[in-house]
Design a protein around this ligand. Structure first.
Ligand SMILES: Cc1cc2nc3c(=O)[nH]c(=O)nc-3n(C[C@H](O)[C@H](O)[C@H](O)COP(=O)(O)OP(=O)(O)OC[C@H]3O[C@@H](n4cnc5c(N)ncnc54)[C@H](O)[C@@H]3O)c2cc1C
Length: 276
């Protein structure tokens, strides 16, 4: 992960063990999103926490397997993972829980919404995005739960959520988990208006979709929109994720405006021009 303070303040999972799962189905839900539903295998051991719960996702490279991935991700086991030959080393990326259903037709189900960037066909997609475009029922994947990062001081009932499309799933999770009396606003930047989703949310939290223009760098439209908001008189919890320059710039803006650092959660979900 790029610059962030989510790991330090996160609500940790009760246990974080490697869960081996399989693809139950894959659906192209909108121009820039593929929803992969995982289940089977160890899914009974997954504990949903709501909010922006995320996990490390391991996917095998073509012809490779998940045999040698660590059961826990410590500095040492990560170093060992890195010693696996690059040709066979499973891909490791971070993803969010879009939805969890304990009672799917074949047992519990976990939806993951992948942003499709580039194209699997011409080799321009990152490995995770390419997998999300091409994986098939029965394919293996493994996850390590990392917990949830949205963890405001108890007295703050007002929230401002800001994300680009990589944070849409996490924003959806936060909105669906907030106490009903919460007020505030969510600003979500998407590449196309057809990528809008129906989101469950408290009545007092407005959702603003910002469709960026083709010549705008990801995150910049959401940043401009959030910076244009007047700073509320009452204290709020600011949560911002997406392409690295969005969270770092907005955090700087909020801090300069006098928002206490402990009331801000920020995380660079990806970095333009840099593979994970
Ligand atoms: C806590 C956390 C939760 C996350 N949750 C989600 C989620 O639910 N859904 C989701 O789609 N992503 C999510 N992300 C972001 C995701 O991990 C990254 O986008 C990841 O880099 C994608 O891996 P990749 O193999 O496709 O591309 P990489 O191999 O990592 O990158 C290849 C190239 O693609 C570019 N790239 C990477 N991601 C994007 C993007 N989103 N848009 C445009 N270009 C990109 C890189 O800059 C690089 O040039 C999350 C990240 C974090 C830290």
């Amino acid at each position: 992960m790029a610059r962030q303070n989510l790991t330090a303040r996160r609500i940790k999972p009760e246990r974080s063990e490697l869960l081996t799962l399989e693809v139950l189905r894959r659906e192209r839900i909108s121009p820039h999103f593929s929803r992969v539903t995982l289940g089977g295998g160890d899914i009974d051991r997954f504990v949903p926490l709501g909010f922006d719960q995320w996990f490390r996702l391991f996917i095998p490279v073509p012809g490779g397997s998940l045999d040698r991935i660590p059961a826990k991700l410590t500095a040492l086991s990560y170093m060992k993972y890195l010693t696996i030959d690059k040709e066979t080393r499973p891909v490791l990326r971070n993803y969010s829980v879009r939805a969890f259903r304990p009672d799917g037709p074949r047992g519990p189900e976990l939806d993951v919404d992948f942003v499709l960037h580039g194209s699997a066909a011409d080799g321009t997609a990152g490995p995770a995005a390419a997998w999300a475009e091409t994986c098939a029922e029965g394919d293996a994947a493994a996850i390590l739960d990392e917990g949830a990062g949205y963890n405001p001081p108890p007295s703050l009932a007002r929230t401002i959520l800001v994300a680009d499309e990589s944070g849409l799933a996490a924003t959806a999770g936060v909105l669906a988990s907030l106490p009903p009396e919460t007020t505030g606003r969510a600003i979500i930047e998407i590449p196309s208006s057809e990528d809008e989703q129906r989101l469950d949310r408290p009545e007092g939290v407005e959702v603003e979709w910002v469709v960026r223009t083709a010549d705008s760098a990801p995150g910049q439209a959401a940043l401009a929109c959030a910076q244009a908001l007047p700073i509320p008189d009452e204290p709020f919890y600011g949560w911002v994720v997406g392409e690295q320059s969005l969270p770092t710039s907005l955090r700087r803006h909020w801090v300069k405006a006098g928002v206490p650092k402990e009331n801000i959660a920020f995380c660079g979900y990806w970095r333009a021009g840099k593979a994970h």
